[in-house]
Design a protein around this ligand. Structure first.
Ligand code: F6R
Length: 608
């Protein structure tokens, strides 16, 4: 996830900026840069390597009292020095660093190019510098006020102007920014970790705020230029807690980031008016879409489970047969792959060796390959050629959480896209599905609001040494994922099953008190699930049900109920998966396990 820093004051500006950037390294980044207002004008220094390399490029004699900096996690355009921030305008007067996604940047860019602006990067950010340039006469704030209404999407940006050397300007909409208040010096960052070493006094900007930092203090306006007041707060966290935004573990922080990551993954991709999903990244012409004879989804681990959810969605919304293959199996199988086969490679890291090998194998056999990954410029993204990015920001906890729900969301968008293009769903049906997808972040938030409730349930069962997870249809892969999450971070043996399979073997495992997590939200298979629950209860096992808010009768059948909002057939599995992430997390905490770094596991499995 990108990081922004800014500094104005009498201190050593380059030193403060580089030190603050270093403190944002934990967020993950692929390139970094700073811009300074120096005596001779703007100095912009960038590197597509680590911050130590950026530091080597900064002359020790460089003096400035105002500067901004950025660590970039690529979303638009590959990781490179050119795409690294800060980005400038044509005149080289303005420099901007930005977090978030400008959804309408292509439209703005085209219009600016027509008016003679020359772009040097592939980023969405650069439109901000050129728009401010165009609106600037002699007042930077006025130019920013004229720019922000043109930007759709989410943004937090900081801007300096060589003709206005005593200020840093910052604007926020749906992406965090916080100001640090020192003595005669002021800081700006996307999270407090960046400046905690210098001050614990902070002002959190709110959506629609513009901050104007000078050596004399900080003032705020809204997007109409009206002055507003913001409250100062004293940060109690130490540095380590601040990196985790106050959460005890990265995994918990990442689980709680899902309303944002889900918003980012759909951002600019859903057109509710036309009922279309904008997914040109698939790289297929209409004729090629008509010619798809089968889809093979290839993935490992959690991504494989997202692929299984994708299979159900594709089969519900398109007429294409779908299979899901584990990377380590597919690469050595004799699956019929060739023209007419669409391979979808799912990998959050984009580096999983077995998935990468499968992609190469499929390309050799003439298939069209689309990668779904979180990592711009990764091996799988490069080899596949066609890539849909998940925009989840880096995931530091080894157990995949927010990337899973984003993968599922991309699979849903792909299913709607292909369903529409093959004439299998009407615009009206698509519009309903798109509005459901848009409600996902809000529903995810209401699941997260019950965190303490899930923690209480987890504490009740944390001493069990075996867990089963069951579900049907779309909830079957959610059960598999719930079991994987629990086993990998708590080391408790857990297994997921299709609920209909219980009587074909797993029932033998059930004795008094064995906990079974049953995903029993309202869906076409709900009645079948309640029969399975009765089957389980008849063996005296304990049932923890994940059920819909409005389901009053389920409580009589089971031992404990965890509620999720009433939501559609596609949305509710995503919500249940968030419940199971929280459940696994709290069980693991009770068991005293190192949640973020489970034994024997790695975040990126680059070996076979
Ligand atoms: C489990 C987990 C792993 C990964 C698997 C594939 O929480 O994270 O099972 O899902 O190693 O990784 P990617 O998605 O990077 O290909």
């Amino acid at each position: 996830m990108c990081g922004i820093v800014g500094y104005i004051g009498a201190g050593k500006t380059t030193e403060v900026l580089l030190d603050s950037l270093g403190r944002l390294e934990y967020r993950g980044y692929d390139s970094a840069g700073i811009a300074l207002v120096c005596e001779d004008g703007l100095e912009v220094i960038k590197s597509a390597e680590r911050i130590v390399k950026l530091r080597e490029k900064v002359p020790s004699t460089l003096y400035a009292s105002v500067g901004i900096g950025h660590t970039r996690w690529a979303t638009h355009g590959k990781p490179s020095k050119t795409n690294a921030h800060p980005h400038q305008d044509c005149s080289g007067r303005i420099a901007v660093v930005h977090n978030g996604i400008i959804e309408n940047y292509q439209e703005i860019k085209r219009a600016l190019e027509k008016r003679g602006h020359v772009f040097t990067s592939e980023t969405d950010t650069e439109v901000i510098s050129h728009l401010v340039e165009e609106n600037y006469v002699d007042n930077t704030l006025r130019a920013i006020l004229a720019t922000v209404p043109k930007l759709q999407g989410s943004f937090a940006f900081a801007l300096i102007n060589k003709d206005d050397p005593g200020h840093i300007y910052a604007a926020r909409k749906d992406s965090p920014l916080v100001i640090g208040l020192g003595e005669g010096q002021y800081f700006l960052a996307s999270d407090v970790t960046a400046f905690l070493k210098y001050t614990k006094r902070a002002v959190f900007m709110e959506d629609g705020d513009i901050a104007i930092l000078s050596k004399d203090g900080v003032t705020f306006t809204d997007f109409h230029g009206r002055e507003i007041k913001r409250k100062e707060r004293v940060i109690e966290w130490d540095l380590e807690a601040a990196e985790k935004a106050g959460y005890d573990h990265f995994m918990l922080k990442e689980i709680h980031e899902q309303p944002k990551s889900l918003k980012d993954v759909i951002s600019g991709r859903l057109n509710e008016l036309s009922g279309e999903v904008e997914l040109g990244e698939i790289g297929l012409t209409q004729d090629e879409i008509n010619g798809i004879r089968r889809v093979i989804i290839v993935a490992c681990g959690t991504s494989y489970h997202a692929g299984l959810v994708g299979k159900y969605a594709l089969e519900m919304l398109t007429d294409i047969p779908v299979t899901v293959e584990i990377g380590s199996e597919f690469r050595y199988s004799s699956s019929r792959v060739g023209p007419g086969t669409l391979i979808v490679a799912l990998s959050q890291s984009g580096e999983t060796a077995d998935t990468a090998a499968s992609v190469r194998e499929a390309i050799k056999k003439g298939a069209h390959v689309v990668a779904i990954t979180n990592t711009v410029g990764s091996t799988i993204a490069r080899d596949a050629g066609n890539t849909i990015y998940m925009r989840s920001g880096p995931e530091i906890g080894v157990a995949a959480t927010k990337t899973f729900t984003s993968q599922v969301t991309v699979m849903y968008m792909m299913a709607i896209f292909l369903g529409r293009r093959r004439g299998m769903i009407t615009a009206e049906k698509a519009r309903i599905l798109l509005s459901e997808l848009k409600s996902l972040p809000k529903y995810a938030q209401s699941v997260l609001d019950q965190d303490s409730n899930v923690a209480n349930v987890a504490r009740l069962y944390a001493k069990a040494n075996l867990f089963l997870f069951v579900g049907r249809h779309l909830n079957y892969p959610i059960a598999l994922e719930g079991a994987l999450k629990l086993k990998e971070i708590s080391y408790i043996f857990s297994e997921g099953f299709a609920a209909g399979e219980l009587k074909h073997g797993p029932l033998a495992l059930l004795t008094t008190g064995v906990p079974v997590v049953a995903i029993a939200t309202r869906s076409p298979t709900y009645e079948k699930m309640t029969s399975n629950i009765k089957e389980i209860k008849a063996r005296d096992a304990s049932v923890i049900a994940v059920a819909s808010e409005s389901d009053e009768s389920i409580a009589q059948l089971v031992d404990v109920v965890i509620r999720v909002p009433d939501a559609s057939e596609l949305i509710s599995p995503v919500l249940s998966s968030i419940v199971l992430q929280l459940f696994a997390y709290h069980v693991a905490v009770c068991a005293g396990c190192p949640v973020d770094k489970p034994r024997n596991l790695a975040k990126s499995v680059t070996v076979e």
